[in-house]
Design a protein. Sequence first.
Length: 77
Amino acid sequence: MNQSINAAAIEKWIEENLSAKSVEAQLISKGYDSILVNEYLFEFKRLKRAHTNFFGLMLLSFTALVGICVFVVAFHK
């Protein structure tokens, strides 16, 4: 099979919060060869980590902002 990776499908799997095993099972059931399955899984895991890292960065930024606001309010005279 000469297929390229479908980024929209990967985003859909991430939104559905599927595991890598579920994604692998879906791809195998659709008849994808092992090389393409491995490429999909690599991209899926990479993008899932990117989403997780983005959420962590946003949470860290929010808590830092709240900390600065608390500091300013507590020591403002």
